[in-house]
Design a protein around this ligand. Structure first.
Ligand SMILES: [Cu+2]
Length: 736
């Protein structure tokens, strides 16, 4: 079979909203997995059923009636006088499958009078132009994009010290390097093209990032669009008309150029490339109120040029309020050396909780004492829903994701959790999962039957296809159950179908899962002791240590999140980084800026007093070491001190209730200050960051002032100031 890769490149939307294959793609790839030519549906028929109006003036042209349906419970409720902590999380209000469960066959909610997995929705209505989750698509190239460095095969002695090219190729439109099929060249004099390892203390096992001299350009347009990922029709946010968004891909060491257009009509936006370090380009980290002013709606544009300075699996997403949870996210793959053998790269497998209301309504509820339960779970943007449980326009058997396995071969699956709130538990019936990387950090392989992913986390797994021709299995992504995820109970687990050769790709698997209730309950990542990075980076004594207390408690009228008694709220018109660049380090208290000056090494001791949520803590600009986690007081013991785990998101567990009161949880992390900038450290749970669980690490401000910023980032603020003066944004949350 021919391997295809290029067809998931970001296509450009024409003004008529009709998709066209980008003309630069080699035609040979299109026969395998074409770029969809599909009309963007606006559901005209439903528009007459439901008037086009929206009390919040957000959410696109399709009015979502679910926005106005009361939640099935009120929680956590208004604080009573003297009440400090919020009440415990409620139980799901509905039974599995809902009151209409007898009309459907679980776990894929196939109507009883149907016995096939045949998508009832025409192409385009479910996911716009996205082809994620369609059988035989995608397969990614095993050895990276054409023209990139060639790495030795896994298992050879030289695997970890690859013969990387060392020539430093200037970024220039006149360059003539190979591997440029999908790229254009771009020159910005302010950005150094020198080699930057991204590693604070390179060790012998740590490969060096090559200089490829290649820049890959992606057009990304953010817009509202009517979609139906699980059959329920709602407004979604899409990139280039696709949910999930198109693949961003590059070879390690390439540069990536985002050419962003904001096609929203009354909201700003920004895009953040999750997990990349943004060394020497911190102003392109894409966080409003931190790095930049938002890109104005109605066609505002912004270009961001940054290095693919990590390799592995990640994602990109809007960082403006909770837009990403409405669909504004997509996968990102950076090809680099492999340390484990596999035959087939099946590409991104995106696992997320899903809601039938628009993101703005959900944030509004969150900020008004009603944390919303999710309604479903998606794999690569698809799942079915038992439609008889809802009064919303809904198509049964809308279509689930499907994957093709080849017997006896090893398949790489790139798991990503781009969801709003849910901790995902991923498994494939009858198959073992060999974990080979967490976030952008390759690790010594270990085998498990279930992988836990908090929001923002990625895990690469290799799956050996132990089935036979004609077999079919369920792939599952189930929400964690122990007070870390709030779901209405109807559909707390997604399934996708895994078909072997010769299996009818409409057949219904009948396999069962061996994941235990105990495994589903644990709202934490696998134990620190079993995860060992391939590339060891020694742990240094910290130059400074900061204790950060997280509280979910009353501010008098609401329950919100506090970091050391301060709930974060950003100002879209005053980005922290740009103020620091000007030399003014006098920040507003609610921006939660922690200035760590010139300290070489920073240790952060996080203490969580909240009883709900479980916080997937994400630090921008760094992979951090995780030294320890647990409950109560940390006794100073470091897990695996010779080789601590590193990643860019790690779950901080809930505090727990004891007879003596709340026993807080803790997590100790550490990073080198090798990257001047302003780096958010925040919970990646959408409702928690909206509720203020966010702080800014100010790293080496003197070096920020000395850096040569790209002028484009300053140019955004006058545009945003002008727009927001006449159209004040309805910033109901922290802004992020
Ligand atoms: Cu959180």
């Amino acid at each position: 079979m021919m391997v295809t890769y290029a067809s998931y490149l970001a296509g450009t939307v024409s003004l008529s909203s009709i998709y066209q294959a980008p003309s630069h793609l080699p035609t040979a790839t299109q026969s395998v997995c074409e770029v969809a030519t599909v009309t963007v549906y606006e559901y005209e028929g439903f528009s007459t059923l439901f008037p086009v109006l929206d009390a919040h003036t957000h959410g696109g042209s399709y009015h979502n009636p679910y926005n106005d349906i009361p939640l099935p419970f009120e929680w956590p409720g208004s604080p009573t006088p003297g009440q400090k902590y919020a009440p415990p999380q409620p139980s799901p209000p509905y039974e599995y499958g809902g009151s209409a469960k007898d009309k459907y066959d679980a776990p894929a909610w196939i109507p009883k009078d149907d016995d096939k997995l045949v998508s009832a929705l025409p192409e385009g209505k479910q996911n716009g132009g996205s082809q994620w989750g369609e059988i035989d698509c995608p397969r990614l190239p095993i050895n990276g994009l054409p023209g990139g460095p060639s790495y030795p095969p896994p298992g050879t002695t030289s695997t970890r010290i690859a013969p990387y090219p060392t020539a430093s190729a200037p970024l220039s439109k006149s360059s003539n390097a190979t591997g440029t099929t999908a790229s254009t060249y771009y020159n910005r004099t302010s950005i150094s093209s020198g080699t930057s390892t991204g590693l604070s203390t390179p060790a012998p096992d740590c490969p060096q990032m090559p200089d490829t001299g290649v820049t890959r350009t992606y057009d990304l347009r953010v817009a509202y669009q009517t979609i139906a990922p699980d059959g329920v029709i709602r407004n979604g946010l899409t990139f280039n008309g696709q949910f999930p968004g198109p693949l961003i891909e590059a070879n390690w060491g390439d540069w990536i150029l985002f050419k962003i257009t904001n096609d929203l009509t009354d909201e700003g936006t920004t895009i953040h490339a999750h997990g990349l370090l943004q060394k020497e380009t911190s102003w392109y980290d894409g966080v409003p109120a931190v790095d930049q002013c938002p890109i104005t709606p109605n066609g505002g544009k912004f270009e961001m040029l940054f290095r693919a300075d990590r390799y592995g699996t990640s994602w990109y997403h809007s960082h403006y309020s909770a837009q990403y949870s409405g669909g504004a996210h997509g996968p990102m793959v950076i090809y680099g050396p492999r340390h484990v053998e596999y035959d087939i790269d099946l590409g991104p497998v995106q696992l997320e909780d899903w809601y039938h209301a628009d993101y703005f309504s959900l944030v509004n509820r969150t900020m008004h004492r009603q944390f919303p339960p999710s309604n479903n779970v998606l794999v690569n943007g698809k799942m079915n829903y038992p439609c008889a449980n809802t009064t919303l326009p809904c198509e049964s058997n809308a279509g689930i994701s499907k994957f093709r396995f080849e017997s006896g071969r090893k398949h790489l699956l790139r798991l990503i959790n781009p969801g709003a709130e849910g901790v995902q538990k991923f498994s494939i019936d009858g198959h073992k999962l060999t974990v080979i990387a967490n976030d952008f950090v390759p690790i010594e392989p270990y085998t498990t039957n279930v992988v836990t992913l908090g929001i923002g986390q990625r895990t690469d797994v290799v799956v050996e296809a132990v089935g036979q021709r004609g077999d079919a299995y369920w792939m599952r992504s189930q929400l964690g159950t122990e007070h870390c995820t709030l779901n209405d109970g109807v559909s707390p687990a997604a399934v996708a179908a895994v078909y072997y050769e010769d299996t009818d790709s409409e057949s219904v698997p009948d396999t069962t899962s061996d994941v235990t209730a105990e495994q589903l309950a644990a709202c934490k990542n696998d134990d620190l002791s079993i995860t060992a990075p391939i590339c060891k980076i020694p742990l240094e004594e910290p130059s400074t240590t900061e204790k950060l207390d997280f509280d979910f408690r009353s501010n008098g009228t609401h329950f919100v999140w506090f970091v050391n008694n301060s709930s974060y709220r950003g100002d879209y018109n005053q980005p922290v980084l740009l103020q620091a660049k000007s030399g003014d380090l006098d920040f507003k208290p609610e921006w939660n800026v922690f200035n760590f000056g010139t300290n070489k090494t920073v240790r952060l001791h996080l203490v969580n007093h909240g009883l709900i949520g479980g916080h997937p803590m994400h630090l921008h600009g760094h992979d951090f070491h995780v030294l320890a986690e647990g409950f109560g007081e940390w006794d100073g013991t470091v897990t695996n001190p010779e080789n601590t785990i590193r990643r860019d998101v790690h779950i901080l567990e809930n505090g727990r209730n004891t007879t003596a009161g709340v026993e807080p949880s803790y997590m100790v992390l550490q990073f080198e200050q090798d990257n001047p900038g302003v780096w958010p450290l925040h919970c990646h749970l959408a409702w928690h960051v909206s509720g203020g669980l966010f702080l800014n690490v100010l790293e080496r401000p003197e070096d920020i002032m000395a850096q040569d910023f790209d002028e484009d980032v300053f140019a955004l603020c006058p545009l945003w100031d002008a727009y927001s003066t006449s159209n004040p944004p309805n910033q109901i949350d922290s802004g992020l």
